[in-house]
Design a protein. Sequence first.
Length: 358
Amino acid sequence: MNLIFRQLGDPTSSTYTYLLADADTREAILIDPVFDQALRDAALIDELGLRLGWTLETHVHADHVTGAWLLKHRVGSSIAVGANSGAQAADRYLAHGDKISFGSRHLEARATPGHTNGCLTYVMGDRTMAFTGDCLLIRGSGRTDFQQGDPRAMWRSVHEQIFSLPGECLLYPGHDYRGLTVTSVAEERRFNPRLADSITIEDFVGQMSHLGLPHPRQIDVAVPANLRCGRPAEGMGETPVQSWAPLTLTFAGIHEIQPAVLEERLSLAEVIDVREPDEWDGSLGHIPGSKLIPLGLLAARAEEIGRTRPVVLACRSGARSAQAVVILQRLGFRNVVNLAGGLIRWRASGSAVEGGRE
């Protein structure tokens, strides 16, 4: 199987983001990225050696801001949205039946209005997987009481465009609030309490008219931003990032700095070595100007570390110092990064050391 597939979650909005890629060509697409998770998604794409060609939106979201613009700004991906979404500044507007390719594979866009006018369900070319956004959820459905909600349109969308897929086709929703991750056409046709085969359109309209749900908390912020494909409003920046040096973000959520970059900017940072004393004086030596605070003592001695300059954590390989980053962040340190590859890579790159042996 040459498909790379990852299901990623945003805990704040319970949104699912889906990464799909061709393992042979490394071409990738991302469905429903979240602005607050865009750096995480970019890190995963980078670590897997993928090229992100497209971000796809299932609809104009009301509960989070899309990460489409931020990813385009950072990695050069293009943005695709529904032709009836009303969104501006996209690179492609998808109509029913349009296809988006990645390597030897493609997704087919199916118009599934009802939650909003511009809702799309993306179906894998071999009809083994479909991504239903907020149209069909696991044992539920999206709301129809705001934006351009229409329960009759949703019932028709589900029965004509989603339930017409093979029963074994796996369905991946845009959200789930109970931790459920995947279902199938056969399951939903049998068990969905709103949309199962036994439920008529009039039954569904009656249910959806009496849900009594609260107004989405983020709608006044999210919808205008998503109509701009996630581009910040004038005068607003993107998510804050540490900018004193070129950094990378690992999928584990750790900012890293490469040895050559740190050597050029060594005077700007405070370097804390979290190895043991015998390692500090051992064969690898230590970075000039660095301070030794073993990992086991880091929390107790955190007051010895300044908060005005960036803090770089170092160890032998970068593993212990990654944990040190987490410890200091929990203690309120904001500008903390890990030395990628630790002293092993520092020495291998020819950077200066004190002590140590050839």
